[in-house]
Design a protein around this ligand. Structure first.
Ligand code: NAD
Length: 479
């Protein structure tokens, strides 16, 4: 499949005519070729977005919402097609793409279309002196940069609030997973989204991404990706005084107390550890278990991990698909080797899996459980972003709070306990942006989402996304 950029409502011809191979991770074969775009294409896209902003920013909320609802409806009618492409492009199971990625992408559009219809600005009367009211205005052309792990889900999590708010955008998806973003451009056309409101430019981070971040006519950047890249993006934005939102890496704790609902805890911990091959920024990859139930938990957890079928992403029995790339698979396997050097015990998994036939060159790794490792070791401190977890015993609340907070990241955490007061004490002491109690990855799009420490800056979701894409002006009318 040969992709082309989507600029000003057209599938644009491309100056350099050099393409990047994008692989199907489960076969190791090329699935798509994407334009290796540069500053030139970014400039064209920004110009198109600027032109469109003049009209789109003044288009009524109801018209914007109507078009965005239509995008959601068309996407929904093509759910199977999109899920199939996402699974081939990313390596995730078809089941996960069908039940998580694409439904959530549809909901991102529906949610923000509804949001702009049902919110109003505040006005306040100041005794009999004045009336203050707030005018909310879209900021302009936004640069949207997204990663490869939940390609359409995270791209639409930015595009939907951006265009609902009245901004226009230039989006750059990950060069590893561009196919569903390209398919989405056809949906935009079909839904009647005016030309130039969304422009999608494909290419690498250092070339197309950097050109977008540093473009003088792009006053705001919404970035989701790794912490090292986020830092670079932040440095560029700071020097140009841009508004920036950074959703970055995580090394999330899953804290299990002895009074938890045991079965539910084990089942959800398995999902939190290995969903999407562990390639979710929210995965619970550091599992802390209270000593009194540690042996029982470990037995149950290992036994359920062994039951997870790793294999063909198309097969409904498969629970763990392929990792995104050969390079990433090697990184994950290196962490497993490092764990051994650090004295860790590989309780299960630990190896690459070579499957038969067309999957023989795929990037499959067994779900891996590591114990006997200090929480201060690199494997328990750094983001592996694969199907690898470390399990650690603890005794007291204070100890587990310290262990959890002793990490550079602060994205999310799960707490398992039936004791409400304990839950509150722990939840309020943990340095993260999101705490799940007796659950994992239950998402309400109204609430603030984001990280602390090296997991990011800013919040997305509902009014928080709206605040990012708009500026509020107070207008004071004297009596
Ligand atoms: P990455 O940082 O390598 O790339 C993310 C995006 O940034 C890609 O589109 C890439 O092309 C682009 N990019 C790379 N260098 C750039 C540069 N110099 N300037 C501008 N753009 C550039 O991340 P990844 O490997 O694609 O994704 C995995 C990471 O994303 C993990 O760390 C994961 O935790 C994180 N993530 C965070 C969240 C969250 O909500 N906090 C969600 C998903 C993923």
């Amino acid at each position: 499949m040969l992709l082309s950029n989507f600029i000003g409502g057209k599938f644009a011809s491309f100056k350099e005519e050099t393409f990047i191979d994008s692989y199907n991770p489960s076969t190791g074969k090329v699935y798509a070729q994407i334009p290796n775009s540069s500053e030139y294409e970014i400039n064209l896209a920004v110009e198109a977005a600027h032109k469109a902003f003049q009209t789109w920013s003044k288009t009524s909320r109801s018209t914007r919402a109507q078009i965005i609802y239509k995008i959601a409806d068309i996407l929904e009618s093509k759910l199977d097609e999109f899920a199939k492409a996402e699974s081939i492009d990313q390596g995730k199971t078809l089941e996960f793409a069908k039940n998580v990625d694409i439904p959530r992408s549809i909901y991102n559009f529906r949610y923000f279309a509804g949001h702009i219809l049902h919110t109003e600005e505040k006005s306040t009367v100041m005794d009999n002196i004045a009336l203050n009211y707030i005018q909310r205005s879209p900021l302009g052309v936004a640069g949207l940069i997204s990663p490869w792990n939940l390609p359409l889900y995270l791209l639409t999590w930015k595009i939907a609030p951006c265009i609902a708010a009245g901004c226009t955008c230039v989006a750059k998806p990950s060069e590893l997973t561009s196919v569903t973003a390209y398919m989405l451009c056809h949906v935009f056309k079909q839904a009647g989204l005016p030309e130039g409101v969304v422009n999608i430019v494909f290419g690498t981070g250092p070339k197309a991404g950097q050109a977008l971040v540093s473009h003088p006519k792009v006053p705001l950047i919404s970035f989701t990706g790794g912490t090292v890249t986020g830092k670079k993006v932040n440095e560029t934005c700071a020097s140009l005084l841009k508004k920036v939102s950074l959703e970055l890496g995580g090394k999330n704790a899953n804290i299990i107390f002895e009074d938890c609902d045991f079965e539910k805890t084990v089942d959800t911990s398995i999902r939190a550890a290995f969903s999407n091959q562990g390639e979710i920024c929210l995965c619970g990859s550091r599992i802390f278990v209270q000593k009194s139930i540690y042996p029982k938990f470990l037995d149950a957890f290992i036994s359920k991990t062994r039951q997870l079928v790793v294999g063909d992403p198309k097969d409904p029995k498969t629970k763990v698909g392929a990792l995104i790339s050969k390079q990433h698979m090697e990184k994950v396997l290196n962490y497993i080797e490092l764990a051994k050097q650090e004295g860790g015990i590989i309780e299960c998994g630990g190896r690459r899996i070579i499957l038969d036939g067309e999957l023989s060159d795929g990037y499959f790794v067994e779900p891996t459980v590591i114990t006997n490792i200090k929480s201060s070791c690199r494997v328990a401190q750094e983001e592996i972003f694969g199907p690898v977890v470390t399990v650690h015993p603890f005794e007291t609340e204070e100890e587990v709070i310290n262990l959890t907070n002793d990490n550079q990241y602060g994205l999310s955490c799960s707490i398992w306990s039936e004791n409400g007061r304990r839950v509150r004490r722990v939840a309020e002491s943990i340095q993260v942006g999101y705490v799940w109690v007796n659950c994992w990855m239950v998402r309400d799009l109204k609430v603030p989402f984001g990280g602390v420490k090296k997991s990011g800056i800013g919040r997305e979701g509902g009014e928080y996304s709206m605040n990012f894409f708009t500026e509020q002006k107070t207008i004071c009318l004297a009596n």
